[in-house]
Design a protein around this ligand. Structure first.
Ligand code: SAH
Length: 286
């Protein structure tokens, strides 16, 4: 987090702290009683929302012109998710519920989550995206009792969203958390934790910067490095259960990583390093 970063207009920052200070006003600006702070934060989010409001409600729209990566993305997510579901919830008859954060037009819900969960809720601040999702996903009258369905459509940004306590097995956060500055990132995950059921977990699937961060001045979003993410997860009180790189995306895109995060320290953690380690002698730490 102390690493240097840059923005898409070619400006260098010596640290994220310097960048946030500039974007959001005075340091550690969580002070809502300060009008200048509030206004700057409002501007930050307004620019992001305005950008997305001008984007077509289509696969190409939500994927920045890369609609064709959808299949690869979904396959990568599925390969990551399936073993996690088995390990965390077993093969029992538990009815699974997921939350799709920053859902856009419901791409992840439709292609991934509804195949593995009985109920999915969507949260998305841009109404024309959410309406497109609702049209595509809301069950018809005759399917109201179907086994897999999208249930709630919340038109709220993540920084204001409060989940229902204990409703979700998985909270899926993909390609949207960069819209939130660090302090709102932390408070979102801290709040969202209470929305998880026992053994529930978060999946964060996001672009990653090679080092530091890249601030996109067009949609006011920040692409964080792997170590930046890990530092924030730690500050949220979350533990990394597993991580994996998404493979097969076009070279020119940011590398994409998936993180599975849990609220209790994993008992036999393999540090997210994949399976191989489980067969090697472990180092016992106190
Ligand atoms: N997760 C979806 C959409 C990705 S596009 C998918 O993978 O297909 C990024 C999405 O983030 C857009 O739908 C945009 O409206 C949403 N977004 C923008 N600002 C947000 C905020 N503050 N909170 C939650 N979502 C936001």
């Amino acid at each position: 987090m102390d690493a240097a970063g840059l923005d898409t207009e070619g400006r260098d920052f010596t640290s994220a702290r310097e960048m946030w200070k500039e974007e959001l006003g005075v340091e550690d600006c969580g002070d809502e009683s300060n009008d200048a702070c509030r206004a700057k934060r409002c501007d930050w989010y307004q620019k992001g929302i305005a950008y997305w409001q001008g984007v077509e409600a289509s696969m190409d729209g939500v994927l920045g012109g890369y609609g064709h990566v959808n299949d690869t993305d979904v396959k990568g997510s599925e390969a990551f998710l399936k073993p996690l579901l088995l390990e965390r919830f077993g093969t029992g008859s538990r009815r699974l519920v997921a939350l799709d954060c920053g859902s856009g037009i419901g791409r992840v819900t439709k292609n991934l989550l509804l195949r593995h969960f009985n109920e999915v809720d969507l949260v998305e601040p841009v109404s024309h995206f959410l309406e497109a999702a609702r049209e595509k996903l809301a069950p018809e009258e005759d399917k109201k009792f179907s086994e897999q369905k999208a249930v709630n459509f919340y038109c709220v940004p993540l920084q204001e969203f409060m989940p229902q306590v204990g409703r979700y097995d998985v909270i899926w956060v993909q390609w949207c958390i960069g819209q939130l500055p660090d302090d709102d990132f932390l408070s979102f995950f801290k709040r969202a934790k209470v929305g998880l059921k026992p053994n529930g977990f978060f999946v964060v699937k996001e672009n990653t910067a090679r080092t530091g961060f890249v601030l996109d001045k067009e949609d006011n979003s920040i692409t964080r490095s792997d170590s930046y993410f890990k530092e924030l997860f730690k500050q949220c009180g979350l533990f990394l259960y597993r991580t994996k790189d998404q493979k097969g995306f076009p070279e020119e895109l940011f590398p994409v990583k998936m993180y599975a995060l849990v609220t209790d320290k994993p008992k036999s953690s393999n540090g997210g390093k994949g399976k191989s380690r489980q067969h090697k002698p472990g180092i016992i730490k106190s």
